[in-house]
Design a protein around this ligand. Structure first.
Ligand SMILES: Nc1ncnc2c1ncn2[C@@H]1O[C@H](COP(=O)(O)OP(=O)(O)O)[C@@H](O)[C@H]1O
Ligand SMILES: [Mg+2]
Length: 226
């Protein structure tokens, strides 16, 4: 490994925007052929969305996972992240952050994202989602400023998720990203249940035609930009 581990989080304070799904899909593809990076996911969500799926697979006798998954409580994220980072084993570490019922303040968020250098905010093209996402991105930006003062980096990207070609709201996402002056992924994640609904943690399905069409372009942009 010739470069330092990159720590990434798909984050938004809203639930249901695709954080866990995008974490697993991205991490698993990166860990598999033809990318073959070493990748770990820290599931810091108390609901254990990702860990539960892995346990189910293990109970079915699946072994030899390419993607490593660690469970973490909110209080342990910092320590687990540090340990995995120090091991110098990984090209990428993803942290799946818990949703917040009360919303995040900068202090709480900075505890989870203390070592994270890239945050990707999944944005849904609906008015109610976007209002709270704007608030969330503003908090991220204050965190970014605080980090910069310490000579640290926080890259913030917007990523449109569940895009429907016909939806008028689609333009909104682009406008918001522009207005907030954050980076963005040009690739947009379409609403495709067959690819994005049923995520497993062991088979990247790289050769699946739909994965090629709807996901691989995002992964390629990710490798290039992150
Ligand atoms: N682009 C998409 N197309 C189809 N289903 C999606 C898409 N993005 C997310 N989903 C589905 O929406 C649900 C919520 O996603 P999830 O990743 O659990 O959200 P979060 O972690 O933000 O709460 C899941 O069932 C997921 O598979
Ligand atoms: Mg989740």
């Amino acid at each position: 490994m010739d470069k330092a581990t990159k720590i990434i989080s798909f984050a938004n304070m809203k639930g249901g925007v695709g954080k866990s799904m995008l974490t697993v899909k991205t991490a698993l593809l990166l860990a598999s052929e033809p990318y073959n990076y070493t990748v770990a996911v820290i599931d810091a969500d108390a609901q254990g969305t990702i860990v539960k799926r892995r346990k189910l697979e293990e109970s079915k006798g699946i072994k030899d996972f390419k993607l490593e998954i660690y469970q973490s409580s909110f209080d342990d994220v910092k320590q687990i992240t540090r340990e995995l980072y120090s091991s110098e084993k990984y090209d990428y570490i993803f942290i799946d952050i818990p949703r917040s019922t009360t919303g995040y303040d900068a202090e709480t968020l900075s505890k989870i994202l203390v070592f994270t250098e890239t945050v990707i905010v999944p944005l849904l093209a609906s008015e109610s989602e976007l209002t709270s996402s704007i608030e969330f991105i503003k908090i991220l930006k204050s965190l970014q400023e605080a980090k910069e003062k310490k000579g640290l980096v926080l890259n913030i990207f917007g990523l449109a998720n569940k895009k429907r070609a016909s939806l008028k709201m689609n333009d909104k996402v682009g406008q918001i990203i522009k207005g907030l002056k954050i980076d963005r992924f040009d690739t947009e994640i379409r609403e495709v249940p067959t690819v994005f609904n049923n995520f497993n943690t062991n088979d990247s399905e790289y050769n699946n035609e739909k994965v090629q069409t709807y996901l691989v372009p995002f992964i390629n942009e990710f490798v290039e930009k992150v």
